[in-house]
Design a protein around this ligand. Structure first.
Ligand SMILES: Cc1cc2nc3c(=O)[nH]c(=O)nc-3n(C[C@H](O)[C@H](O)[C@H](O)COP(=O)(O)O)c2cc1C
Length: 119
């Protein structure tokens, strides 16, 4: 098969968008992340790739915590919008009717409306 050589870049697709929540009691935020997945099952290790320019980046660096929330169909549009609006400008929990819930292992809030929350 003839190969086409592309300039270097991250081109794997499709990617599963999730809602990532972060922060603590004082400040919290949500943003959309597609660059996520499994690194290891034993021990269980996951990852997210976050641009330093994101409002969430500092919170995650400072707390060392985040939650991956899987997105139900009913929140598809919210997931899209959380990926274009910044927590610098709006409170995304309030704006989109999402409720923070207490986790078991981290201070970062879970999103109550999401059925699966990976702390
Ligand atoms: C479908 C989708 C996937 C995204 N995936 C990522 C990602 O993997 N990493 C990232 O840093 N930003 C990603 N973004 C962009 C951020 O979600 C977006 O810049 C967001 O507004 C950042 O919010 P914040 O400034 O409140 O942290 C994605 C956006 C969309 C719409």
């Amino acid at each position: 098969m003839k190969k086409t050589i592309f300039k270097g870049g991250a081109m794997l697709a499709p990617v599963p968008p999730v809602l990532v929540s972060c922060g603590n009691e004082t400040e919290k935020n949500i943003f959309t992340v597609a660059w996520t997945g499994t690194m290891c099952t034993s021990p269980p290790v996951t990852y997210i790739a976050v641009r330093p320019s994101r409002h969430s980046y500092r919170m995650i660096r400072e707390t060392g915590e985040f939650v991956i929330n899987l997105v139900p169909e009913s929140l598809t549009a919210v997931c899209d919008t959380c990926g274009v609006k910044s927590g610098r400008d709006i409170d995304k929990f309030n704006a989109f009717g999402l409720h923070p819930a207490k986790g078991q292992s981290v201070q970062a809030p879970l999103i109550e409306e999401c059925p699966v929350n990976i702390e």
